[in-house]
Write a protein that binds this ligand. Structure first.
Ligand code: CO8
Length: 220
């Protein structure tokens, strides 16, 4: 096997392990949120979790370093808080996007609760920001969100399969507008939350100023 194939294998294996750890953390968070276990059990669990966290903290990256398993240009972000399989915060949303249109699916557990039984409004905004971002990126003009307007028409139910949609609606020079919505998978035409986002493609000097350190090749 060539070195390149071996390193691709190692990368895939690492991503698989990161996803597995992410699944375990999400299970932990969901159980820790939903648990009505005895107080003593909570204390024991906290101790065990601290012990498990220790070795992971022995080698950590700086803010200016991209995760070794990520591929920025290829759009692989293992720890993105919406889509990242390795992120304990991410539902995670599964997204397909092309030509300025994005469709996503996810189910939100109790950890995302705002009003009882329903999602926190900030979580809905976060999901939609990400979805609009995918639509914009897939249109070939990636940018950063400079404005996000959300309208909450009906509450988003937890523990229910959701369908998220987004599409580019306008392109004006460096400014790209996209619109999106959250519905349940069962009733995709019944809109629960909508969002309109304005994205701005960065000028080269802006990209350099904001992302200079992570754009440099990794020292081996
Ligand atoms: C697939 C991956 C999906 C990822 C999805 C997640 C997306 C995100 O969440 S991004 C993170 C959140 N966003 C940010 O942190 C961005 C913070 N903002 C900034 O850093 C700056 O506003 C920046 C660099 C984007 C643009 O710089 P700024 O100096 O504001 O604007 P500038 O470059 O001069 O001009 C851009 C244009 O946008 C306009 N603009 C900027 N902000 C706004 C705004 N809030 N409303 C309306 N127009 C605006 C400007 O007026 C200008 O218009 P024109 O070209 O017609 O004169």
């Amino acid at each position: 096997m060539t070195d390149r194939l071996q390193s691709v294998d190692r990368l895939l294996e690492r991503r698989e392990a990161i996803s597995d750890l992410g699944d375990a953390l999400r299970l932990l968070i969901e159980h820790a949120t939903a648990t009505e276990a005895p107080t003593e059990e909570l204390r024991r669990a906290a101790e065990r979790i601290r012990q498990a966290a220790g070795p992971l903290g022995e080698r950590i990256r700086e803010r200016t370093e991209v995760a070794a398993a990520d591929d920025l240009l290829g759009g692989v972000r293992m720890y993105n808080p919406v889509i990242g399989r390795g992120s304990a915060l991410a539902p995670p949303v599964h997204v397909e996007s092309s030509n300025g249109v994005a469709v996503g699916t996810c189910t939100l557990g109790l950890a995302y609760e705002g009003p009882p039984m329903y999602a926190h409004g900030g979580v809905s905004a976060m999901l939609l920001d990400q979805m609009l971002g995918h639509a914009v990126t897939s249109s070939g003009k990636p940018g950063m969100t400079v404005q996000l307007d959300t309208a909450y028409r009906k509450p988003v139910p937890l523990m229910t399969a959701l369908r998220l949609t987004a599409e580019v609606s306008q392109v004006e020079g460096r400014r790209v507008t996209a619109v999106g919505a959250i519905a349940t998978a069962e009733r995709p035409d019944e809109v629960l939350v909508t969002a309109t986002g304005l994205f701005v493609a960065l000028r080269a000097e802006q990209a350099q100023r904001l992302f200079g350190p992570v754009m440099r090749p990794r020292a081996s």
